[in-house]
Design a protein around this ligand. Sequence first.
Ligand SMILES: [Zn+2]
Length: 186
Amino acid sequence: MEKALLQENSIQETCSVCGNKLTRYGSKQLKDGMLCRNCAKLCSRWLEKADYAERTVEQIKEHLDYRRKNQELVGEFKGNKVIEGKYNLFIDDDNKTFLITKRSDFVKDNADVFNIAEIGKIDIVERKYVRRDGSDVYVQLYVNHPQFTTLKFQVNEFGCLNKDSEEYQQALKLAYEYVNALKDRK
Ligand SMILES: [Zn+2]
């Protein structure tokens, strides 16, 4: 008898959270299961691919509970747009809260509401392209929050800027505006 050369694994076909059938695209790999596209849409946009892979099914269920509570918080959020860009920064000065969202309709977006006091370090990060001559500018906030450790967003509207360009300087300037708007309120 020849030894089997291939290992067989059964492929999970249903979502570990809601039980619906997984679609080919949009499903997320969790540490100990799979998440369907519809459940993934309810998760925060701050979760990156690696964050899903590190989370267990139980942790994602907690995250979805947190997201339901956030929907109430964001409904009461009375912030003003402080910085407009690829991502808009809204700050509620009375309640000392903020949110960052691509779209202006933050309620529909269920954008995560954070306390300004939850912000730790803030960095401006340059991400260089490997095979092309160019960079993107990011703002990265470290947060003291049960669901997140960092919030990272791209500042420049269009990717891959030459560092000598006017657009790159503008992106840097805008990055400092985000940082200062938050730091001034801490
Ligand atoms: Zn699901």
